[in-house]
Write a protein that binds this ligand. Structure first.
Ligand code: SF4
Length: 275
């Protein structure tokens, strides 16, 4: 059974299991009691306990899986685009093993705010972040008219700047931990929790079934830093030329706006090659 989906849509008040969490619970309960009927308070308590159990199960399951990989001697890495929701997986990993390398796929097209945010998160969580650069220099990433490739062939641009650099990592590691979520688009909805790749590498999706509500609750509870562009309406943030603020109901709608493209290839090409 998909644990997260059973509670989809509910606003998770508190994903932690610590003093601050219980203080916020009692504060919320007091507020409920001042407004509601006793039965509503009971519902509130049961919902809170359910949320706690779900989060505990989720985080324990991720911890167990990663410990199992490490115990089997597997070499792990993760990639991060340091965008709006990336910090959740990074925080979870930082509490399991800070030595797991975090590769930032530095296309050269990121917003300055993303670069600043990357530095902030890396310092706050004590992460080992490594910038991964494209092999092909930008001077050779031009079309016949001399324009950069994102203007005419974004798939190839993504291949050179994102897919190809990560492909090289698959030879060096056994498990790639990726923070994609099923609720982000229809393609991701079909991904399994573990997917085989080239070079006998496995891709593991620990937060695949997390909902936006869970992610937001987690960030809020731990007071994690937020991407500075989020307050300007950017809910999904990639390269600057291919990102604009999103429409309210379509969180990823600001990516490759007006094009059919919804993925950069990291979550499609590299997985499909083996299937
Ligand atoms: S997102 Fe845009 S700029 Fe970035 S690699 Fe892909 S096409 Fe190029």
């Amino acid at each position: 059974m998909n644990r997260a989906l059973t509670l989809k849509g509910i606003d998770f008040p508190c994903p932690g299991n610590n003093r601050a969490c219980y203080l916020s619970f009692f504060k919320a309960l007091k507020f409920q009691m001042s407004l509601s009927h006793p039965s509503a308070c009971l519902v509130f308590i049961v919902t809170f306990v359910l949320h706690q159990v779900v989060f505990l199960m989720e985080i324990t399951s991720i911890q167990n899986k990663i410990q199992q990989y490490l115990g089997d001697g597997k070499r792990l890495f993760t990639t991060s685009s340091f965008q709006t929701h990336s910090v959740v997986l990074l925080h979870i990993l930082s509490r399991i093993d800070r030595n797991i390398p975090v590769y930032f796929i530095n296309t050269g097209y990121h917003f300055p705010e993303t670069i600043m945010y990357k530095e902030e998160v890396a310092a706050a969580l004590g992460l080992r972040v490594i910038d991964l650069h494209p092999r092909v220099p930008k001077i050779m990433q031009r079309n016949r008219e001399g324009n950069l490739l994102f203007t005419s062939d974004p798939d190839y641009c993504c291949f050179l700047n994102k897919v190809q650099p990560v492909e090289g990592l698959l030879e060096l590691y056994d498990v790639w931990i990726s923070g994609v979520r099923a609720d982000q688009n229809t393609h991701r909805r079909q991904l399994p929790e573990e997917a085989p790749l080239e070079h006998n590498t496995l891709r593991y999706h620990p937060v695949l079934h997390w909902t936006v509500q869970m992610v937001e609750a987690y960030i809020g509870h731990f007071g994690l830093p937020r991407h500075p562009l989020e307050e300007k309406g950017y809910s999904s943030i990639g390269c600057e030329p291919c990102t604009r603020p999103a429409e309210k109901d379509d969180k990823r709608g600001g990516r490759w706006y007006g094009q059919k493209k919804t993925e950069c290839g990291l979550n499609a090409e590299l997985i499909q090659k083996k299937n």
